[in-house]
Design a protein around this ligand. Structure first.
Ligand SMILES: Nc1ncnc2c1ncn2[C@@H]1O[C@H](COP(=O)(O)OP(=O)(O)OP(=O)(O)O)[C@@H](O)[C@H]1O
Ligand SMILES: Nc1ncnc2c1ncn2[C@@H]1O[C@H](COP(=O)(O)OP(=O)(O)OP(=O)(O)O)[C@@H](O)[C@H]1O
Ligand SMILES: [Mg+2]
Ligand SMILES: [Mg+2]
Lengths: 224, 224
């Protein structure tokens, strides 16, 4: 599904630059349920963003579903994302003028479906995250954890091939974290959905089948 | 320091309303290091916001440092906050156009100090959170956990009487969480700074001297 070779990411800082990721070599197969673990600032979000074609490498290659991320036009990258990927962002990125229902429905608008088909999927996704009672709320009427759960429902509603989950339980209590992780494990088993997490949360780590450790932009360990 | 009597908070929802906090009775004394613990949606942020005069109760009274929160003008509330309180928000609320230095310096601009006095305090606060190397970065150049640490430095730089910390470690790894909590414990011991946390994080809970459990807007337990 994803092959990363000798990939480096550098950010310009003033007259200099900062190397966020250094010489990354990783492969991810369909159906994996794995995590990138590391301290704050180690490069987890940067790596997820590149896999998700939201950013491009400075050097090396990252090939996702046969596409080289460094060589995609913005339109091609958007098409790759909308057809194949779901994102749970560290900052949720909900649309503030839309209701919970409309936020979760949004990725489905980009796929050919009737309004009734969309409705069934939206309700189902909100049931996974136990938020059907907030269906008409707007983001500014939600708690932090509720906003996070909406962002999770939105990522999973179209049952994408690849879900990139950046700290998906940061604002969730233990019970809500378990509910969501169980729903994710089910999708992984039933549909072979690939999940790649970035996390420090022990609650998430216990579910992972493969753990990749990242420290100062370098992979230091990769295994079970 | 804080006395809350029979306080209720209701939010309008369409033609109806939702009761986020119901008949809260709590007191907090100077020098406490305590937490409000509860599941997502239980009312933690709502309660911290009212104590912090960022919101007003629908019924009952909340008196903070001798001021009744329900009866303050916006100007009086802003004055109470700027002189006496530090906030760590669940959403960090950094100023996107300012550098890390300028974000942490901002609360000091409201206090009579020379630029050199401000500089010493800003550097000291950034040392507590181990971010002196990011001093000239803007928020969009920071990781999630780095942004959170800047928001913590900003809350503590003026050494306020009361710090309200909403999920302060949500995006932090264990080591960074320990560093910050140790710095907070020091301020609590040395300066009798009162800390009230909202949290689900076991790393934080182990440091608390008093735990208040909140479920569906009601206090269900209060003690050690
Ligand atoms: N502006 C608002 N309008 C309507 N309802 C609101 C508003 N703000 C919060 N609520 C509701 O009030 C309840 C309590 O919200 P609050 O943000 O205090 O929860 P919380 O305990 O901080 O949760 P979390 O752990 O998820 O951050 C939630 O059900 C939320 O949806
Ligand atoms: N746009 C940018 N410009 C400059 N530096 C950046 C930029 N984005 C990230 N960085 C830096 O790159 C490093 C890695 O950032 P990244 O967001 O990937 O970390 P992370 O592992 O996700 O951390 P966290 O656990 O705190 O979310 C950090 O030191 C960060 O400051
Ligand atoms: Mg991150
Ligand atoms: Mg909250």
């Amino acid at each position: 599904l994803v092959t990363i070779k000798n990939m480096t990411k550098r950010y310009p800082i003033g007259n200099s630059e900062f190397t966020a990721l250094s010489n990354i070599n990783l492969e991810f197969e369909k159906g994996e349920f794995c995590g990138i673990i590391g301290p704050s600032g180690s490069g987890k979000t940067t790596l997820l963003n590149i896999i998700g074609s939201l950013d491009t490498p400075s050097a090396g290659s990252t090939v996702v579903l046969g596409k080289d991320i460094g060589n995609l036009s913005e339109k091609e990258a958007a098409k790759l994302r909308s057809r194949h990927m779901g994102f749970i962002f560290q900052t949720y990125n909900l649309l503030p003028v839309c209701t919970v229902y409309e936020n979760v429905e949004f990725p489905l608008l980009l796929i050919n479906m009737t309004p009734n088909e969309r409705k069934k999927k939206v309700i189902s996704a909100l049931e996974w995250v136990h938020l059907t009672d907030k269906i008409n709320s707007r983001p500014n009427q939600l708690s932090g954890g509720q906003a996070q759960r909406v962002s999770i429902a939105r990522a999973m509603v179209k049952q994408p091939e690849l879900v990139l989950a950046d700290e998906p339980t940061a604002n969730l209590d233990a019970e809500n974290s378990r509910n969501i992780l169980d729903a994710m494990v089910n999708l992984n088993k039933e549909l072979q959905t690939t999940f790649i997490f970035a996390t420090h949360d022990e609650k998430v780590i216990t579910y992972l089948k493969r753990k990749i450790f990242l420290v100062d932009g370098k992979v230091t360990s990769d295994g079970k």
